[in-house]
Design a protein. Structure first.
Lengths: 127, 127
């Protein structure tokens, strides 16, 4: 029986993308919400001025490749490079201040306890 | 307020370790079990002959750096390098057949719905 699998570094663009590219790798439904694992690919994008992500669930983020600056509300921007990770608690506002425009930045995000839209139930969605 | 954070590639050994090194990065308790995110550092270790991991919860694994071979029960060994990930479903036996003995292999593992021992409740355990 095959299992969901892939490579985070496969198919990276040689130039800039018009938008960040979000790809759900796997999703496991639980009664307390989904655990959703996602690749995010940035090629210079940043959150719009004044925009904050404000999520009701914990999010673990890891920079696999590239460079970025992430800001948590009330803090200076953090510069992140390969291997850097942080756990953003539910309710902690945050924004992407900058990503490297010269090469793709590959993130892994683990959303823990994300609300499950009716159509997204299930698991092992592959990409 | 500071959040759990670190770098997966920090403090890598220059030589071999006597054993694999398992470090819990974060842990979030939920009524359905914990979501535990772990760094695993291998320097040539492999599962003993005939040994299989047999877990009652899903595990997402990613090779961040290095090289390894992983075997799922009933399959040939899979060779994994940087960026390779797979989702090992609950109940699917697996073993580490080989890790590169010449340089550290850094894994990220996300254990989804792992049973919570009484002493391990809580979250944000940092390392």
């Amino acid at each position: 029986m095959s299992v969901p699998a892939g490579n985070l570094l496969a198919g990276l663009p040689s130039g800039s993308l018009p938008d960040e590219l979000f790809t759900t790798l796997t999703e496991t439904a639980a009664s307390t919400g989904a655990v959703r694992i996602e690749r995010i690919l940035s090629t210079g994008q940043a959150s719009p001025e004044g925009f904050w992500y404000d999520q009701g669930w914990d999010e673990f983020v890891l920079v696999v490749q590239g460079a970025a600056r992430l800001q948590l509300d009330g803090e200076a921007e953090r510069t992140l490079g390969p291997g850097d990770w942080l756990m953003i608690p539910a309710g902690r506002r945050h924004r992407v201040a900058w990503t490297d425009p010269t090469a793709p930045t590959v993130w892994l995000a683990v959303h823990i306890g994300e609300p499950i839209p009716p159509k997204k139930m299930g698991r092992g969605q592959n990409a």
